[in-house]
Design a protein around this ligand. Structure first.
Ligand SMILES: NC(=O)c1ccc[n+]([C@@H]2O[C@H](COP(=O)([O-])OP(=O)(O)OC[C@H]3O[C@@H](n4cnc5c(N)ncnc54)[C@H](OP(=O)(O)O)[C@@H]3O)[C@@H](O)[C@H]2O)c1
Length: 251
């Protein structure tokens, strides 16, 4: 039975991906910082789900990850680098610098930590799959997207470069690039717990759900090994790149 490691399993996409992949028959390690959330997911999902507390920004903890796993979960076949966050939507000249650092530490460095630890074990077996959670924010600029979008552009290019380094090996890499998705904690985190501001993002929009993303992941991991989706950009029908803006009467 294949083993999957999902980062950011305590809510949103990660939680839905764990549910779906357990239903598909995988053994799943769900990681995040909030252990209580992982434990309640474990109660629901049973023995094939291993809750594992891990802060992806802590290199020492990630370096020791494999040592801390029980034998049945040690050989990771699929790594889903999903943990990530946006903080703030102020323009770059007003943004909180600490928020910028946290986004880079989590979305960029955390993803690098996990990849560097797990990938060599895949190369040793010439088998594996890495799925990264990028974003349309890595493809299209938007106001207030500054460092968040740049961190996802890193994920996009890193995924492409992994494919290149893995040329000739049976190891797959996909960057999933979602647009507006509701039903997660993403906007509550972005707006520092301001539920009113977070709710407004999703008002009157038929958004993508975490289950849509989980179904996409399920399709990818269950596709044959000779088949690699390099990247997949997913938006709600209600969202589209709607053209460049022109500022009139600029002073
Ligand atoms: N929702 C969207 O509209 C959207 C669109 C495009 C891309 N994405 C991307 O999709 C991914 C999942 O987002 P989501 O919408 O599911 O958001 P979410 O509900 O806020 O989930 C984020 C997950 O990341 C974990 N996390 C954050 N910092 C972490 C750290 N330092 N170490 C370990 N885990 C950490 C959180 O767990 P703990 O707090 O328990 O650690 C949580 O489980 C992110 O990479 C996000 O950038 C989201």
């Amino acid at each position: 039975m294949n083993v999957v490691l999902v980062t950011g399993a305590s809510s949103g996409f990660g939680e839905a991906i764990c549910r779906k992949l357990i239903a598909d028959g995988y053994k799943v390690i769900g990681t995040a910082r909030r252990e209580d959330k992982l434990k309640s997911l474990a109660t629901e999902l049973g023995d094939d789900f291993l809750p594992f507390q891990l802060d992806v920004t802590r290199k020492d903890a990630v370096d020791n990850l494999l040592l801390g796993l029980p034998d049945a979960f040690k050989q990771i076949d699929i790594l889903i680098n999903n943990a990530g966050l946006a903080l703030g939507m102020e323009p770059a000249y007003q943004a909180n610098y600490a928020d910028w650092e946290t986004m880079v530490q989590t979305n960029v460095i955390g993803l690098m930590h996990l990849t560097r630890v797990v990938l060599p074990t895949m190369v040793e077996r010439n088998f594996g799959y890495i799925i990264n959670l990028g974003s349309t924010a890595g493809n299209y600029a938007y106001r207030g997207g500054n460092v968040y979008g740049a961190s996802k552009a890193f994920v996009k290019q890193f995924s492409a470069n992994l494919r290149t380094d893995l040329f000739g090996k049976k190891i797959r890499v996909t960057n999933i690039e979602p647009g507006l998705c509701g039903g997660t904690e993403f906007s509550n985190v972005r707006f520092h717990g301001d539920d009113h501001q977070a709710d407004a993002v999703y008002q009157n929009v038929d958004f993508i759900t975490p289950e849509d993303i989980a179904n996409t992941v399920s399709w990818l991991v269950n596709s044959p090994v000779h088949f690699n989706v390099n990247s997949i950009e997913i938006m709600p029908t209600a969202q589209a790149p709607a053209g460049l803006a022109v500022s009139k009467d600029m002073k």
